[in-house]
Design a protein around this ligand. Sequence first.
Ligand code: ADP
Ligand code: ZN
Length: 530
Amino acid sequence: MSTPQSILHEVFGYGQFRGPQQAIIEHVTGGGDALVLMPTGGGKSLCYQIPAIVRHDAGHGVAIVVSPLIALMHDQVGALHEAGVDAAFLNSTLDWQAALDVERRLARAEVTLLYAAPERLTTPRFLELLDGLHAQERLSLFAIDEAHCVSQWGHDFRPEYRALTVLHERYAGVPRIALTATADALTRADIVERLQLQQARQFVSSFDRPNIRYRLVEKKDPTQQLLRFIESEHEGDAGVVYCQSRKRVEEIAQTLAGHGINALPYHAGLDAAVRQAHQDRFLREEGIVMVATIAFGMGIDKPDVRFVAHLDMPKNIEGYYQETGRAGRDGQPADAWMAYGLADVVNQRRMIDESPAGEEFKQVMRGKLDALLALAEATDCRRVRLLGYFGEESRPCGNCDNCLHPPAVWDATDAARKLLSTIYRVQQMSGISFGAGHVMDILRGKASDKVKQFGHEAISTFGLGAEYSEAQLRGVLRQLIATGAVAVDAAAYNTLKLTDLSRAVLRGEEPVRIRESVAAPAQHRAKRER
Ligand code: ADP
Ligand code: ZN
């Protein structure tokens, strides 16, 4: 009789389970539901492949694997065939005859694993097949890969995933395992809710990728900065450069190529054949730099990507983490490099504001953008921040820019105290909270219409921060928000509120330090230099 252990050795040829694999595999093999959070390269596939094989051998029939990525299906089914496992896929690349053939074998429960795209799964024809299998108790397992696609809060929402609730409702009793490499607390809760996995056991691995060195630099002349980064540290290496727009992808690919770098463009505006050719070259040849929009990367399993560069700021930390996670899957040192600037922030904000989404959605998106910004402006360990975002505590890593070269900082405690007391006083005086722009206007002594309308010129901090520019105060505010000393009330037009942590800053007990490059006012610099 086959056991998870024997399958690991005999079918996959591995000596040992990795991390939480054994616990997950035993739980699912035994018929339990599971939600698995494991970083890219952690070994998620075995977590459903081995239960599928063991359960098939025990007469439980076919495991259905839901995957949004056709390329990934092909790779996995190919690898399973090589290992002697009977696997198949159903997707749009099959012609009518081939699909019919797979369906016939499926109906007889001959295959051990069947991979299908989510939109296929919920077609009447496919459901009928599943009904037939279910009636004979020949559905062994449902595996839902890239489970974050079910959440509108995730960075890759796919509406087809919503319909997967049918699995639970129509085929109750068939074990389900959902897997993802990227989900913050909100996305996680949404997955549980949407897929009705309240009873599922959660397996949360460490998200740390210790071999990736994080570096976030302020954008000055981004193209030159990127060139310098690649030429001085990654000559001849494979890498990915992410840009915001198709136009920029083209420009950057050309510039890099003009400097002798083996760069290729990739974006959704290119012909499918060209995209495929570029992707194949990236996978097969050495030292190709793919300049791409985020259309590139999902399901690309290339172990020796030595760097991932972001020339524009992504939307949120989940996206950033997923994209940078494509570097260094082989465990060897790799760089995650990002250039960010105020314009990025303004752009991302505008995209949120102008999107047709509802107000609640926009507030969540703004909050996520702010968290990424806080990461960019952090003066302490990037990894501690990054992991903290995913709910994981850690110690300074010694392998990020801030750990290796602690940034120069200026003491913004005074500015912070003035901001906090302004937030406090407007609330006291008017009984309601106000947003960042208004608070900064008061502190800088700007008698805007709104300031006049509320009589806020009378507040004792009015004009007390005239020496600070708006950008400087924004830097300080972002820092306060990032450290929790100010709360942004998303439900009330992003107004600012004090928190339990504000008091220590107000009393001057908690120094506030800002990256020099971001917001050092001239007089502070001068003072220090003297
Ligand atoms: P993920 O889907 O989490 O990104 P994969 O399932 O693709 O990760 O696994 C990443 C790599 O690790 C694959 O090459 C896989 O064969 C390998 N792997 C997984 N589990 C083990 C193990 N227990 N021992 C050795 N290699 C493993
Ligand atoms: Zn660090």
